[in-house]
Design a protein around this ligand. Sequence first.
Ligand code: TXA
Ligand code: MG
Length: 511
Amino acid sequence: METRVLLVEHPIEQSLFAEAGTALANGRIVAFPTETVYGLGASAYLPASVREIFRLKGRPSDNPLIVHLLSADDLEGVVSSVPPAFRVLYDAFSPGPLTYVMPRGERIPPEVSAGLPTVAVRFPSQPAARALIAAAGVPVVAPSANVSGRPSPTRARHVLDDFAGRIPWVIDDGPCEVGLESTVIDLTSDPIRILRPGVVTAEAILMKTGIEVVSWKDTATEEEMERPPAPGMKYRHYAPKAEVHIVLPEKDRSFAGSFLEAIRDSEARTGVFFSESTWNELRKYAETLPPALDVYTYEGERDLTRAARFLFDAMRTLDERGVEHIYAEGFEGDEAAAYMDRLTHAAGAADDRIPEAGTEPGASGGLILFICEGNTCRSPMAEALFNDRFGGTIWRAASAGLSTVPGWPVSDQTLQALREFGIEAEGKVSKPVDLSMLKEAKLVVTMTTGQRERLREAAPAFSEKIISMADISAHARDIADPFGEGMASYRRVRDQINESLEDLFSLLQQR
Ligand code: TXA
Ligand code: MG
């Protein structure tokens, strides 16, 4: 599929959006900018398009989407009732980066809310987003336009990095103003809770409206800590491939001094993210800086608003340059909550109350064994995709073939399809499946139900832990062999496997 990029000119002409808007209303996927991050848009009225969004992102099916509207006049049928605080909050903060969770209305299919009785609604202020929604004439669901697990996109180029050739339209209106996803608040609870921090803070809400809201963590039960009320907060997110470290200002020391201390002994390839002024200070110590330093700066003095705007671009850019460590500047204070939330998620460990993928209670970890025939296309693909997303000290994937000989290299098209996702699998060779592997594995996943049956027959003692890809979730299917076919088939296999991975991971948690 060719991805058309619509470059927005200012002042905005509504007619420019007619074609993309009609396409959206008719079921196509259109990525578009908002003031926070780019969104992957679909009509909220069309369940098939909503499911397509989950498929494209590889998003767990228990993670609901946000519905984007132009104004409160469009709430009819989207919500079933409007909680009393809504109007006051709306007048103070909308349009803008605040999302309201309210009782779901009859026109919104359950797919949108992942079956929840509520729905999240937001009124974006970005003019191109508004022109597109107006042209579509329908409520637009839009998660951030990144493959699940990657940093959110704040430029059209980021969207293309993840989805070029996989969606028909991207609207390009330059970098996003805010750079962090919207604040999500739950209007169905008393007190009102912030489910996801954003630039609209509890303090700002209190100052402007007199309404007191709390962070969900402050009132959460133990059960809620394990299953956050915004399911999207459950996993480690916003994660670049590099290891992220946060540098905070210290008393009695310049900020550049703290940075120098943090990075000076780094021997690996190291990236840094901070303001130009910090860099101007730091570069004076050129001789003590690590030799392989990649520098990403934003203009001017150290500044929270600008750091937030550039954070995700910095993560993606430094990742592309192949750094192993990223040292990013941290900020203190209430207004930095959203920025620090994204950064600590990226760093993976800092907030130990948010379980990292694989560390939920009951997740003891172990080996996942993917099985296909030759162990040169499908199963190495699944192995690499799983390890890229979840692999580590807790969970690890391997693969083997039902009918293969040892030592065949992974096929070129498989390597290519993985490279397009930034994954390198060169050097892996085929292995026939054997008893010791089956014994060690926590779960064995075949590509087809036929393979599952053959393997169960060959090794009945392990039947219980042998499943097929189609068993993972209701919408999963057999993965057909792409051998001898073109790149399009390999990409299809990759995307099909990728979209089932989060569900597979949830399954692992339950076992
Ligand atoms: O800034 C934003 O909100 C961006 C732009 C594109 O609008 N969108 C965005 O969507 O960040 P997404 O899907 O990446 O994140 C939506 C968050 C998730 O954490 C999800 O769990 C939560 O909102 N959410 C959505 N509906 C919910 C509901 N009914 N109840 C609780 N949480 C909900
Ligand atoms: Mg997101």
